[in-house]
Design a binder for this molecule. Structure first.
Ligand SMILES: *[C@@H]1O[C@H](CO)[C@@H](O)[C@H](O)[C@H]1NC(C)=O
Ligand SMILES: *[C@@H]1O[C@H](CO)[C@@H](O)[C@H](O)[C@H]1NC(C)=O
Ligand SMILES: *[C@@H]1O[C@H](CO)[C@@H](O)[C@H](O)[C@H]1NC(C)=O
Ligand SMILES: *[C@@H]1O[C@H](CO)[C@@H](O)[C@H](O)[C@H]1NC(C)=O
Ligand SMILES: *[C@@H]1O[C@H](CO)[C@@H](O)[C@H](O)[C@H]1NC(C)=O
Ligand SMILES: *[C@@H]1O[C@H](CO)[C@@H](O)[C@H](O)[C@H]1NC(C)=O
Ligand SMILES: *[C@@H]1O[C@H](CO)[C@@H](O)[C@H](O)[C@H]1NC(C)=O
Length: 490
């Protein structure tokens, strides 16, 4: 009995201590970075954890503002694949050399050291931010949005890990936001989870299906301001019952607009990016709520991404934002993320200079929303205060409450009388086409060509892949950096 208790205690001890081991850090306004070890002997680098792209890409040259980079010559285990690859974001771009080398992440003990494709960035434009604490990106999305190169599919670190372990792995992001009201550094945790031995006992499952396996594309059905009593926003709920035609039409208008191009979950993007008209509606309503709570903020803050500063930290008495996501359990069902103002009134500066040489204390904030043409992006502003589980193989993303960060909530499920997939014109979830496996075959094929052991039947699937997933020269793979550059560099 005592022994069992002791074991129990140890298990508890180990789980609780490991739960508190944070491995993601970032400066205010920048995404979350993870320390990785590359090459032999090991070189330590910080890379942004980015669910909006797929390739592991690291700097291999000194930039004006940073001389921390990967020294390829110093790694004895590096293999030069000899291909040029590139990636284009909506603003930033980079060009690099494709190599393969060992990558190990000491804060992820479940994951072995693997040899994987790495893009060594040799040239970039508006990609690295001035004085940023990171030297590259760790892309965690699917292969079709990897870096582009002629006659080459750039493999992802995650695929290499799955291949080495010979099983499917999921990952979970627990992003906690700022440390305190006087320290704008934010922190969080990336965890890898074995699909076969899941021990997470989440009471309620709120899972949204991944509609297409490129980015993490999901069905975002509605985004609205939650005000007490006045629940209106895009939808006039006052008298309408859920199944009335007017309600359905109003809901439909919003959700079709949100998903017109795509809706993605992107940890590499800072803000929640909304189609222009919806951005206008949400911000107008927030602005009015602020005005009626006597919080005076200039329009530059609301509409132009400017920061607003105060001499002391702010407690926001603003409404939360509701984000409805399609449920994976039934296509007439959705659940709601409730995002409090602590998330979207983002801390960008927290300087307490009281008593220090007379300089002024400054606590600055930026709005966590931006307009984005036709796209919807749930950047990390929508993820802080929640645990987000990306089940890659099964094709869903789970949202759970978290023990750190802002008090974000998940509520539901709520039912509609009709299919939301068809109401909102979301394309049918594509069956798992195992893009990654096919592409891995192609990588193998490339190797066999080099080895002069070309087999026609081996090549056949490769040719198919090239037809199936052609990546146009300048495909924009993620907006991650663009959002950062646009918002923060100004
Ligand atoms: C980069 O930061 C340094 C020091 O923080 C500053 O002097 C320089 O002007 C900045 N460069 C750009 C392009 O913002
Ligand atoms: C903020 O927190 C980080 C991480 O704990 C720490 O390294 C840093 O020194 C702190 N900054 C200030 C201004 O206290
Ligand atoms: C991923 O989904 C599959 C199928 O639903 C399930 O068996 C597996 O346990 C899930 N993995 C995690 C980490 O939840
Ligand atoms: C609801 O909205 C109306 C008009 O916008 C406003 O006059 C009223 O005070 C609001 N009620 C509550 C409870 O916020
Ligand atoms: C709600 O119902 C009341 C009474 O039935 C009606 O007077 C009012 O106009 C309705 N409001 C809306 C927005 O339909
Ligand atoms: C700022 O620092 C002063 C003195 O160090 C302290 O008294 C005050 O509580 C701090 N303010 C905040 C908001 O932490
Ligand atoms: C919601 O829909 C699901 C699936 O269609 C059904 O199983 C469930 O009973 C419904 N719940 C309510 C409260 O109607």
């Amino acid at each position: 009995m005592f022994v069992t208790r002791l074991i129990y205690f140890f298990v508890l001890f180990i789980t609780t201590t490991s739960c508190d081991q944070f491995n993601l850090y970032g400066q205010a306004g920048q995404a979350y970075a993870l320390e990785i070890n590359v090459g032999h002997p090991v070189q330590k680098l910080n890379v942004l954890v980015d669910t909006g792209s797929t390739t592991l890409a690291i700097a291999s040259y000194a930039r004006i503002d940073s001389n921390k980079y990967f020294h390829a010559d110093n790694s004895a285990s590096l293999f030069n694949i000899g291909k040029e690859v590139q990636a284009k974001y909506s603003q930033g771009t980079w060009i690099g050399n494709l190599v393969s080398d060992f990558v190990n992440i000491s804060t992820l003990p479940e994951v072995p050291e693997v040899k994987c494709d790495i893009a060594l960035i040799t040239k970039s434009h508006k990609f690295f931010m001035n004085g940023s604490g990171w030297q590259g990106l760790l892309g965690l999305a699917y292969l079709p949005v990897g870096a582009w190169g002629e006659n080459v599919v750039v493999g992802s670190w995650l695929d290499s890990v799955e291949k080495a372990l010979n099983k499917a792995m999921s990952f979970q992001l627990k992003l906690c936001g700022v440390r305190s009201s006087t320290n704008a550094t934010h922190y969080g945790k990336l965890e890898m989870l074995d699909d076969n031995t899941v021990s997470l006992n989440h009471n309620v499952e709120f899972r949204t299906p991944i509609l297409r396996k490129r980015w993490y594309e999901v069905g975002v059905l509605s985004i609205r301001v939650i005000t007490n009593g006045n629940k209106s926003m895009n939808i006039i709920e006052s008298n309408l019952t859920k199944d009335s035609d007017d309600y359905l039409n109003a809901y439909k208008e919003t959700c079709v607009k949100l998903n017109e191009e795509k809706s993605i979950v992107d940890s590499g993007t800072t803000n929640i990016r909304l189609p222009d008209t919806l951005f206008g509606e949400v911000v107008e309503e927030l602005k009015n709520a602020a005005a009626s709570a006597y919080i005076l903020i200039l329009d530059g803050f609301w509409y132009r991404g400017e920061s607003a500063c105060w001499p002391e930290p702010q407690e926001w008495s603003l409404p939360s934002i509701a984000v409805d996501l399609l449920s994976a359990d039934a296509d007439n069902q959705y659940f709601t993320l409730e995002i409090p103002p602590q998330n979207f009134m983002r801390v960008v500066t927290a300087k307490n200079n009281s008593g220090e040489g007379g300089s002024v204390s400054e606590f600055c904030y930026k709005l966590g929303f931006e307009a984005g043409g036709k796209e919807t992006i749930l950047g990390y502003t929508a993820m802080e205060g929640l645990q987000v589980l990306f089940n890659r193989s099964a094709g869903w993303i789970g949202w759970y409450p978290s023990d750190c960060g802002p008090k974000a909530r998940v509520t539901g499920p709520y039912n509609f009388s009709t299919s939301l997939l068809s109401l909102c014109q979301l394309t049918q979830p594509v069956p798992d086409v195992a893009v990654s496996i096919k592409a891995a075959q192609w990588t193998l094929c490339a190797v066999s060509i080099i080895a002069a052991a070309v087999l026609i039947y081996l090549l056949a699937p490769c040719v198919k892949i090239m037809i199936q997933t052609p990546l146009p020269m300048s495909q924009q793979i993620s907006l991650s950096q663009a959002a950062l550059v646009e918002q923060e560099a100004t």
